[in-house]
Design a protein around this ligand. Structure first.
Ligand SMILES: Nc1ncnc2c1ncn2[C@@H]1O[C@H](COP(=O)(O)OP(=O)(O)OP(=O)(O)O)[C@@H](O)[C@H]1O
Ligand SMILES: [Mg+2]
Length: 249
């Protein structure tokens, strides 16, 4: 469904991504790993239209994404979360979801009046359902900023899901979570996939990556150095070397 072909990104003289090619399939949980600065978030920024690619093509369900604005790409069915959480902090938990739903609903509705009368109830119910699925329903009236860190990460995922994406991009969803929260998150990500969505995630926590990913790509200094199943990646000399090499720095 997502076909990344010969993608490169230069920042001045720095080659953040070099000729990257791989595919994410429908309903897959696909992992992207690699040491700090490998180019992982940059790839997400290219897919979602936050940054233009220097070279190459990214196709999603047959649509070329390079050159499209971020909101157009979102409308095609790609939603993301951020490595540094970006919530509307002063809004309540539920309001964060409703705002995202409004962004999505506006395109298909003729008037605001119609929107509020016929859609309001449905959206409220959907928001409640999403909050329950991400374990946040009890917190729905609290200010987002007051949530614990792990809860904020789950709210960001819920908000991304409110856009009803076919493909969900998660940039380090378990960062800052303790072991129990991480375990809980794994179950929720699997459930998201069970609803028919593909999940493409960047993660440093190897328990997460190896525990739920069907397939994994490994970046190092902007290059794709390995691709395979969790077992193949764990046995890869190139991957072990990339991680150990960095630790000695
Ligand atoms: N907007 C930008 N302008 C200039 N350089 C950038 C920009 N974004 C990223 N870079 C550089 O590109 C390289 C890749 O960064 P990126 O954030 O993609 O790495 P990452 O794999 O996500 O790392 P981490 O695991 O630390 O999040 C780094 O050297 C970074 O400094
Ligand atoms: Mg990153």
């Amino acid at each position: 469904m997502l076909e990344i072909a010969h993608i490169s990104k230069d920042f001045g003289g720095l080659k953040a991504l070099k000729e990257i090619t791989f595919h994410v399939k429908e309903k897959q949980i696909y992992g992207l790993i690699g040491p700090n600065g490998a180019g992982k978030t940059t790839l997400f920024n290219l897919i979602t239209g936050f940054l233009p690619a220097t070279h190459g093509s990214i196709q999603f369900l047959g649509n070329e994404l390079t050159g499209l604005k971020a909101h157009k790409i979102a409308k095609l069915g790609i939603a993301r979360t951020f490595q540094n959480i970006r919530l509307f902090g002063t809004m309540t938990v539920k309001e964060n979801i409703l705002v995202a739903q409004n962004i999505r609903a506006r395109s298909g509705v003729t008037s605001l009046v119609q929107f509020f009368s016929s859609k309001e109830r449905e959206l409220q119910e959907k928001a409640d359902d999403l909050l329950k699925r991400m374990g946040l329903w009890e917190k729905r009236k609290e200010q987002s900023l007051s949530l614990a860190y792990g809860e904020q990460r789950r709210l960001e995922i819920a908000r991304a899901l409110a856009l009803e994406p076919r493909l969900l991009l998660l940039d380090e969803p378990a960062a800052g979570m303790n072991e129990a929260e991480t375990e809980d998150l794994l179950g929720r990500i699997s459930e998201i996939r069970n609803t028919g969505k593909a999940v493409f995630l960047i993660e440093h926590d190897m328990n997460v990556v190896m525990g739920i990913c069907d397939y994994i790509s490994v970046l190092n200094f902007g290059e794709l150095i390995a691709e395979g199943t969790p077992d193949e990646i764990q046995a890869s000399e190139a991957v072990i070397e990339a991680y150990l090499g960095r630790e000695e720095e």
